[in-house]
Design a protein around this ligand. Structure first.
Ligand SMILES: Nc1ncnc2c1ncn2[C@@H]1O[C@H](COP(=O)(O)OP(=O)(O)OP(=O)(O)O)[C@@H](O)[C@H]1O
Ligand SMILES: [Mg+2]
Length: 299
């Protein structure tokens, strides 16, 4: 992305946005990651996937995590979910150390993870039933979650009868049905077409606005990170470390019209600068052997 010469400084915040961040930081910290390191042993030597990661997420904050491929985003979210153990450091949820998976953390992955043999409603009911909840109340709550993601007409459908976007909406409802404190999302819209993805982003913002939920959302997409986030945690690779935490200066509520606003462009430009540093990596470093005849060139 070539920056316009008169680009706004991404640290410039309007008084309204600045007041929003002051308010956010007065909220209690839900998630605290302290000096987190993860080393994977391998035959070719140890891989330090994450190195001394430190950050905090406030209650009802929407934080995106972005960074080059292999910088440890999925490893981070798997540790937060309790699916992977850390080599050193600590993860605290509401001040308590995370030790293994728990209903206080909801997960949504890029791949479709619904149980194919269960209907939409049965998928959403799965968590509460596993937690021993039964009866009419839990059924009616499941219906509420399904209604919230706009799929009431499909509560008796099976996953194979749904589109990709609908499947991810069920996955969100299923995660929320456990009443988690935090929703951990690993590129949940990565497999969707651009239009469905855009709709899902707006849906998610509406859900987030209406619930007491904190969201940590991994993405590769600069627009997605800027559109959704309060703050963006930018990671760098080899080893995975915190590069910068960006306070997104774009006012809320967010609309697609803001994609061309100076604040939006400045934020995207800053992320781009961090994750695609000039003269480092990229196509320029690839050297292809010539496999066509001299003179038979295309541009
Ligand atoms: N189970 C594992 N065993 C060994 N190495 C692993 C394992 N899981 C991840 N790694 C390594 O850790 C590093 C970070 O991987 P991770 O999947 O977390 O990256 P990522 O940022 O999610 O990448 P992407 O953007 O491509 O999804 C990579 O070098 C990867 O090879
Ligand atoms: Mg990943």
């Amino acid at each position: 992305m070539t920056p316009p010469t008169d680009i706004l400084d991404y640290r410039t915040q309007s008084p309204e946005v600045s007041a929003r961040f002051s308010k956010l930081k007065e909220r209690p910290v839900v998630l605290s990651v302290k000096n987190l390191t993860k080393i994977f042993p391998s035959q070719n030597g140890d891989v330090t996937a994450l190195n001394s990661i430190d950050f905090e997420v406030y209650r009802r904050e929407f934080m995106c995590v972005i960074g080059p491929s292999g910088c440890g985003k999925s490893t981070l979210i798997r540790i937060l979910a309790g699916l992977e153990s850390e080599t050193s450091g600590a993860v605290l949820l509401d001040g308590n150390p995370v030790a293994g998976p728990g209903p206080d953390r909801g997960m949504v992955f890029q791949s479709y993870t619904l149980f194919p043999w269960l209907t939409v409603k049965q998928n959403v009911l799965f968590g509460p039933k596993m937690a021993g909840q039964k009866g009419a109340t839990v059924e009616s709550e499941a219906r509420q979650w399904i209604e919230m993601v706009g799929l009431s007409k499909f509560e008796n459908s099976y996953p194979h009868q749904l589109s990709g976007g609908m499947k991810q909406r069920v996955a969100i409802a299923r995660a929320l049905a456990n009443r988690p404190r935090i929703l951990l999302m690993d590129e949940p819209f990565g497999a969707l077409d651009a239009q469905t993805r855009c709709q899902m982003q707006s849906y998610l913002l509406k859900i987030w606005k209406n619930l007491d939920i904190t969201i940590l959302f991994i993405t590769h997409d600069l627009d997605e990170a800027t559109y959704l986030s309060d703050r963006i945690l930018v990671l760098k690779a080899n080893p995975g470390e915190v590069d910068e935490i960006i306070e997104v200066p774009v006012p809320r509520p967010r609309t697609v019209d803001q994609f061309v606003s100076p604040e939006f462009i400045a934020t995207k430009h800053r992320i781009d600068e961090l994750i695609h540093p000039k003269n480092k990596g990229g196509d320029d470093e690839l050297h292809f052997p010539r496999m066509t005849k001299e003179g038979d060139d295309v541009e």
